[in-house]
Design a protein around this ligand. Structure first.
Ligand code: 0RA
Length: 796
């Protein structure tokens, strides 16, 4: 970057009203996605500073007041007076659309995603924005609101630092939601850190309250990324392969190609590709170039070394990518995207460029390290064999008619409607519940498929074995959309919704997980299209005054009984003259009831504090998030999870082995409950007073008043009163319901609860499935131990 920027290189285009009028035009939409887009818009600028060699860190902080701060140690936004505008450049950059010194053609914007609309858009959509700049020997500050300055640029004093610190609070009148989602920001920032890795950049994300903080620093770049992907998988060769080159296209523009890859023992291809740091989820010419180069290099090598026998099925391109984890990143000056959403690269020339770089460097590499070449080819030979076996298996099954639609499995009770989108297929655990469901359903639009026993864990099986499994064949046939990478066709799906209906017990949740694993691995499109649902059969039925209702779980039960009791009841405090009734009474009783519930849970959990001790350890209104207990019995309490985790990690290995780290994930919930108490002027310590004084007078409609000691006693009394005239039935499983009950509670669209299965982050899901359902015992044990700390009611 030889070019120097100053205010003269910034051109002025138009005003910001346009952005406020039609925000979606600039940031995509006004959902969480658009909201996050604003953060990345600023972050991109910081990252550009890092790529240009001026910044070494980017720090993102989610502040308690709902604003977000992005800080870097780059050159700082220019503050000198703009030649034609006559105001400081920073003001032009923040208040004029498309103004930005970086709009020159000399360099491409490497960090940018869909971004590049300019920080002025962020300013336009911010209720308030403050920028602090260290540059030219001084510290400077200016503030804005909704794109308009609220003060002139101010010089705060001398400074020998350089950098930009920008804080903005999103405008709640523009966005559907102004709450940043930590995990979602963290995912993209981590991805950016991987992609920028080798430039030495450190990206930090934290919340101002210290609750969460993460540092992303990946000097290994793409190699680190691939190691991360393969973290819980068995790698087939020790070192991650790294390929990179810079060339020119026919126009003389620079094209950078970087990739890292490593085979693992799974059967899936896991390739992530990027263009100028944009995740091109639909691939494009760079991806097809990579595939061609890989296939050619390995095919030629296999031929030369006679690694494939004459009577053997030759590996296809797919076979060469079985079990391949790969990250491919290309950078080019003028990317052409095939779709508006920029997820598929269209530049034709890139294909040949990537293909020849990959072929060339890979060939050299495997010639230098023959064992590596053999490992890769062998994996592909096995994949080809399995593919062939699967094909034969499929042909066999197809000949038997099982995979062809039109020849439906006998167990399936199909529905009548041909309007696909209004139809539903229930996958039911066991023949007996299946039978009930068949009687219960509305046969016009509901189909039932009973599944017997456990279906195969597809995480541990290859295709041919999977197709051999009868329940899976039946499932594939019933869905009617085919199977396998080239055959699955969402359009052919025979039902609008696929609903998994299992018992609320260990077996039920296991079967549910196996089914979800199957859908995620083999029919991901079904999940992505939002077609999969989980049915929620109730745990209880409650009858009162001739009326029945179903209750989903314990918690709803407690609340319902209290609701009934609170009707027509009044509670007076004898000492304080407070009167509670109606909604106020319900709110207070509900809080007391929940706190008592926590009190019991604390009493018998292994974290070793009573609820009273725990609440007493509060710092102001903040409850502890972590507690570390050492082997000698001494313990420390931490109000932020980060501090507790750090303290734990600081211990020696021996101390760690003998120390316990306890998490309090319910802290937020309890804080809210305590706040409700204080809203009603009740102190936590008064819930269980030491003496036996009657403090509350309770009057139920048409009954004599009764005096009680404390609020938990009032709750118990009211709940007992509520239970009078109420008949409760508990269901242990679907099998205990008759057809009518099953229909009313779980299958009637008007009354049931359905949980849609959504795929938030395919990469995280992928790792989770590998960890929990894959063959490795150690990663699973680690996962469960780590998360056991976070889980209170492990409902299995
Ligand atoms: C315009 C020109 C220059 C830098 C920046 C903007 C800039 C913007 C942001 C936003 C967040 N951090 C930032 N850092 C820099 C070039 C300045 C020069 O030539 O010295």
């Amino acid at each position: 970057m030889s070019k120097t920027y100053d205010s003269s290189s910034i051109q002025v285009l138009e005003g910001l009203e346009a952005v406020r009028k039609r925000p979606a035009m600039y940031i995509g939409d006004t959902s969480t996605k658009g909201l996050h887009h604003c953060v990345f818009e600023v972050v991109d600028n910081s990252i550009d500073e890092a790529l240009a060699g001026f910044a070494s860190f980017v720090r993102v902080t989610l502040n308690t007041d709902g604003s977000v701060t992005v800080e870097d140690d780059g050159r700082g936004i220019p503050v000198d007076v703009h030649k034609t505008e006559g105001v400081p450049a920073v003001e032009v950059i923040l208040c004029k659309l498309h103004a930005g010194g970086k709009f020159d053609k000399d360099t491409y914007k490497v960090s940018g995603g869909l971004h590049g609309v300019g920080v002025s858009c962020v300013n336009a959509l911010a209720e308030s924005l403050e920028v602090e700049i260290h540059r030219d020997g001084g510290a400077h500050r200016q503030t804005f609101s909704r794109g308009v300055k609220t003060m002139e640029l101010e010089r705060l004093g001398d400074s020998d630092r350089h950098g930009t610190k920008l804080t903005f609070k999103p405008d709640a009148t523009i966005f559907d939601t102004v709450e940043f989602v930590y995990d979602s920001l963290s995912r993209r920032l981590r991805e950016m850190a991987f992609l920028m890795g080798s430039s030495g950049l450190v990206i930090e994300l934290s919340t101002e309250n210290g609750e969460r903080s993460d540092t992303y620093e990946y000097p290994g770049g793409l190699v680190d990324y691939v190691e991360f992907i393969n973290e819980n998988k068995q790698a087939l060769h020790e070192k991650v392969i790294s390929i990179s080159a810079t060339t020119e296209d026919s126009q003389g523009n620079a094209v950078d190609v970087d990739l890292a890859m490593q085979y693992n023992d799974t059967y899936r291809e896991d390739v992530h590709c990027f263009v100028n740091s944009i995740n091109t989820t639909e691939g494009g010419t760079h991806l097809s170039g990579f595939r061609a180069g890989l296939t050619r290099a390995l095919n030629n090598y296999a031929k030369r070394e006679s690694l494939i026998k004459a009577n053997e099925v030759p590996p296809s391109g797919d076979d060469f990518r079985e079990g391949l984890a790969c990250v491919l990143s290309v950078k080019l000056a003028d990317p052409q995207f095939e779709s508006q959403t920029k997820i598929k690269l269209g530049n034709r020339e890139v294909e040949g460029i990537v293909a020849s770089i990959v072929q060339e460097q890979l060939t050299t590499l495997i010639e230098e390290t023959p064992s590596l070449g053999k490992t890769m080819v062998n994996k592909a030979v096995l994949a080809a064999r399995a593919r062939d076996a699967a094909r034969r298996q499929r042909d066999l099954v197809r000949r038997k008619g099982a995979l062809a639609s039109g020849n439906l499995p006998g167990k399936l009770a199909d529905c009548q409607s041909k309007q696909r989108d209004e139809t539903e297929l229930y996958l039911v655990e066991g023949d007996s519940a299946g039978g009930t469901a068949k009687m219960a359903r509305d046969r016009v639009f509901q189909a039932i498929l009973p599944l017997r026993g456990k279906i195969l864990n597809v995480e541990k099986a290859r295709l041919d074995k999977m197709l051999n499994h009868e329940e899976i064949q039946i499932l594939i046939t019933a869905l009617g959309a085919g199977f396998g990478a080239d055959e699955f066709d969402l359009e052919k799906l025979r039902y609008g919704k696929i609903i998994v209906m299992t018992d609320a017990d260990v077996d039920g949740s296991h079967i549910r997980t196996l089914l979800l694993t199957f859908f995620f691995r083999q029919m991901r499109e079904l999940v992505e299209a939002g077609r999969i649902y989980i049915a929620a059969p109730p745990l209880y039925k409650l009858k009162r005054k001739g009326k029945e209702r179903y209750i989903l779980d314990e918690r709803e039960m407690r609340r319902t009984l209290l609701d009934i009791a609170v009707e027509g009841a009044r509670v007076e405090s004898i000492l304080g003259e407070d009167l509670f009734e109606g909604d106020t009474l319900r709110e207070l009783m509900d809080a007391v009831q929940q706190l008592e519930h926590f009190r019991e849970e604390f009493a018998d959990d292994r974290r070793g504090l009573s609820l009273a001790q725990y609440v007493a350890a509060a710092d102001g209104e903040r409850l502890p998030r972590r507690r570390v207990r050492l082997a000698d019995g001494s313990a420390e309490i931490f109000h932020t999870s980060a501090a507790g985790a750090v303290r734990f990690e600081e211990l020696s290995a021996d101390d760690q082995a003998h120390a316990d780290l306890f998490a309090y994930p319910e802290a937020d919930e309890i804080e809210t409950l305590l706040a409700t108490l204080s809203k009603h002027k009740v102190r936590f310590v008064d819930l269980h007073p030491d003496d036996e004084t009657a403090r509350y007078r309770v009057t139920e409609d048409g009954e004599e008043p009764i005096e009680l000691n404390d609020l938990p006693a009032v709750v118990a009394f009211l709940r007992e009163a509520g239970e009078k005239g109420v008949d409760i039935q508990r269901y242990k499983g679907l099998g205990e319901m008759n057809a009518e009950q099953l229909w009313e509670s779980t299958m009637d669209p008007e009354r049931r609860t359905l949980f849609p299965v959504v795929l938030e982050d395919a990469m995280v899901a992928d790792q989770l499935f590998s960890t929990l359902m894959g063959p490795g015992v150690e990663p699973r044990r680690e996962y469960i131990e780590k998360h056991a700390l976070e889980v209170r009611n492990l409902d299995v």
